[in-house]
Design a binder for this molecule. Structure first.
Ligand SMILES: CC(=O)N[C@H]1[C@@H](OP(=O)(O)OP(=O)(O)OC[C@H]2O[C@@H](n3ccc(=O)[nH]c3=O)[C@H](O)[C@@H]2O)O[C@H](CO)[C@@H](O)[C@@H]1O
Ligand SMILES: C=C(OP(=O)(O)O)C(=O)O
Length: 438
């Protein structure tokens, strides 16, 4: 296990290009299972979760060719369905959340799909009902082995239908959509998630020959086709990484340019950071953040304290609330951060409190932050990263703190951030990765 050692208080400078989006990558890589033809995907982030998924596809028999650092060609023309029943798959498949999305494509193309209970962040209960209720609606038989936490669906033929999802689940919508594109007849998926990840997946499926309407809305109408072909697809920049870079710049009082962010796909993200008082300038498709000695949190119009909360898209993504929270610790003013979706994602605030931040954890979902306005800086500390976004929030805190911090369990951060230490060093940060053999 490696650790990060970070000497805080150094400004960043220069330009950074965001990686491709992790959550889109996990969807579109699963979609290669829908065709026997070649699929080329570019801007794939070189991160642990994505590499694990590519490994699983390779074990399943998909031919994987790495064309350059971030571009791969996939061909799923000889799939080994026996691997799905092996002990190895039960181990490999459970190591990340995104692997769940192989089930929809396998079910629609081969009539069977299996998955061990998937991993991902330990940020609260993460059920899979939406996924499997959708497959059942399409005509699949559901099997569950509780001893092994092993899920399965089987069907001779999937038939289009109307469904109202019990929640707008991101991976659930992607999974059901991938099953529906080759089901017989019309499927309506209402209360569908519509994050840019899903919009991108839909566009890719259309370029493979699928018929999907309603992209970007919460009602997708799919007319099943018999066959899908190859395509080329480019992944959008990672909006969560973009938000993380905004946090790094502002907490270290640095001027930073984030290149080619795809502004039109950022939704409320720029607005939310602006409400925290952060100056964000749109320079063509870049974000420029000027160096700011202070940033003042806006109150609501009636002068009550600002609340920032998450909601399914086009609401504010829950994956940026930990970053909003850490940024607020050095703002002028107060804000209530309300994490509605996940019940264990705010517990990391203890670590920020140890560093000197003024935060009241009201309950597992809500934390009030009273900004220090840089009147006193956070103090370096020894911490462990509980999940990917808390992990990057701790990195941000450490970059701004006085003294040196050590962050353990950085595997969690490597799950979703490509060579974050190298890229930060190139901008002037003092961060080292140390192999911790103890
Ligand atoms: C690999 C991947 O793509 N992961 C993302 C995906 O996870 P994932 O697809 O697993 O998350 P879901 O969208 O299924 O939901 C996450 C949690 O939010 C709750 N929920 C969901 C929808 C809703 O309308 N109300 C509600 O309360 C669910 O009960 C669940 O506990 O979406 C999450 C929510 O944006 C993100 O945090 C994850 O980064
Ligand atoms: C929660 C996240 O990821 P996963 O769904 O893969 O655990 C995330 O990206 O913030």
């Amino acid at each position: 296990m490696s650790i990060f050692k970070i000497e805080g208080g150094h400004q960043l400078r220069g330009e950074i290009t965001p990686q491709g989006a992790k959550n889109e990558a996990l969807q579109v890589i699963c979609a290669v299972l829908l065709t026997a033809e070649k699929v080329t995907i570019s801007n794939i982030p070189d991160i642990q979760d994505v590499n694990k998924l590519i490994f699983i596809l390779g074990e399943l028999g998909v031919k994987v060719t790495r064309i350059d650092k971030n571009t791969y060609e996939f061909q799923a023309d000889e799939i080994d369905l026996d691997y799905l029943k092996s002990a190895k798959f039960k181990k490999d498949g459970s190591s990340l959340r995104g692997s769940i999305m192989i089930v929809g494509p396998l079910l629609t193309r081969f009539g069977q799909g299996y998955i061990p209970r998937p991993g991902g962040d330990k940020i609260g209960r993460r059920r899979l009902d939406t996924h499997f209720e959708g497959f059942i609606k399409l005509g699949a038989k559901f099997r569950y082995n509780p001893e092994e936490y092993f899920y399965g669906v089987e069907a001779e033929e999937l038939k289009g239908t109307y469904m109202l999802l019990d929640e707008a689940s991101v991976t659930g919508t992607a999974n059901i959509l991938m099953a529906a594109v080759m089901a017989k007849g019309e499927t309506t998926i209402y209360n569908a998630a519509c994050e840019p990840y899903i919009q991108q997946l839909s566009k890719m499926l259309i370029s493979m020959g699928a018929d999907i309407q309603g992209i970007g809305s919460n009602k997708l109408i799919v007319n099943g086709v018999k066959y899908l072909g190859g395509c080329e697809h480019r992944i959008l920049p990672d909006m969560i990484e973009i938000g993380s870079w905004i946090g790094m710049a502002v907490m270290t009082k640095s001027a930073l340019t984030i290149k080619n962010v795809s502004w039109e796909n950022l939704g409320l993200i720029p607005n939310v950071f602006r409400k925290l008082g952060i100056a964000l300038e749109k320079h063509d498709d870049d974000i420029f953040i000027p160096s700011q000695k202070e940033y003042v949190i806006q109150n609501f119009m009636d002068d009550s304290i600002l609340t920032i909360s998450d909601a399914p898209w086009p609401g504010f993504t829950p994956d940026l609330l930990s970053i909003v929270l850490v940024v607020a610790t050095q703002a002028k003013g107060s804000v209530l951060v309300h994490q509605k979706m996940f019940e264990s994602r705010l517990f990391f605030v203890d670590k920020l409190i140890d560093m000197g931040a003024k935060i009241i954890l009201c309950d597992p979902h809500r934390a009030t932050v009273i900004g220090l306005n840089h009147d006193s800086e956070l103090r370096g500390s020894v911490m462990s990263s509980p999940d990917i976004r808390a992990g990057i929030a701790l990195v941000i805190a450490a970059l701004s703190a006085q003294g040196t911090s050590t962050i353990h369990n950085i595997d969690q951060i490597d799950r979703g951030y490509e060579r974050i230490d190298e890229r930060l060093r190139a901008l002037g940060a003092k961060i080292e990765r140390i192999n911790d053999s103890f």
